[in-house]
Design a protein around this ligand. Structure first.
Ligand code: HEC
Length: 194
């Protein structure tokens, strides 16, 4: 009887330890992902707002296309564990931002519209053949009124913006959104140390 109790105690201890270690790892990934995504948004949003106010939506398109990648790079340079950060969506403006099959499964788990309850962020684990493990952190992006001149319905986008979009993004699918709509996610790849 005593032996059985001890075995039970050891078994539960092992289980709790594993569970604890896993969730700590996930917590660290979530924290790193949140910092990286936050750095991108703090760099991108004010640059976008300034350009929209100072030069109008047509010029601000450059901020979202050319400067977004520079800002993305500089926002993670100080984070040693982050190997990649970018924005993805099921309906893309730039086909380079399309999700892969694993990303798609995750995007489908976000809520379609605010203010429904649903995950703010999600984590996917990838095991590579050489034994390396990576975690992919996804943070949901929702449409705000300031996104509408470039991602809103036809009558919300100025003709000057449409002209640029037609020229630069002939396969644009990223229009017709309303405030609160799910737009996509910031995708952060975090290297997990063993
Ligand atoms: C001034 C125009 C403009 C505004 C305002 C704007 N965007 Fe964009 N957005 C773009 C352009 C241009 C791209 C394509 C960037 C590229 O080439 O990678 C883009 C791409 C994206 C992408 C990447 C997926 C894709 O479609 O290629 C997401 C996600 C996104 N925008 C979300 C937002 C959100 C959320 C807001 C509001 C907070 C917003 N955008 C405001 C012009 C804009």
């Amino acid at each position: 009887m005593l032996k059985a109790v001890c075995l039970f105690a050891i078994a539960s201890f092992a289980f709790i330890q594993t569970g604890g270690a896993e969730s700590r790892e996930a917590e660290q990934v979530r924290e790193t992902g949140r910092i990286a995504a936050g750095a991108l948004m703090t760099a991108l949003l004010p640059a976008l707002t300034d350009a929209l106010e100072a030069e109008g939506p047509a010029h601000a398109v450059d901020v979202c296309s050319e400067k977004a990648m520079d800002l993305t790079g500089s926002s993670i340079r100080h984070l040693a564990d982050v190997s990649d950060i970018r924005r993805i969506s099921e309906k893309t403006r730039n086909p380079a931002n399309r999700p892969d099959t694993g990303d798609l499964t995750m995007l489908k788990q976000f809520q379609r519209r605010l203010p429904d309850t649903g995950p703010e962020s999600l984590i996917r684990w990838i095991e590579h053949e050489d034994g390396r493990r990576e975690a992919v952190y996804y943070q949901g992006l929702y449409i705000q009124p300031m996104c509408l001149p470039c991602h809103g319905a036809d009558d919300q986008r100025p003709e000057s913006v449409n002209a640029i979009l037609r020229e630069r993004y002939p396969d644009d699918e990223a229009v017709g959104y309303q405030p609160g709509d799910f737009r996509g996610a910031i995708r952060v790849v975090v290297t997990v140390k063993e």
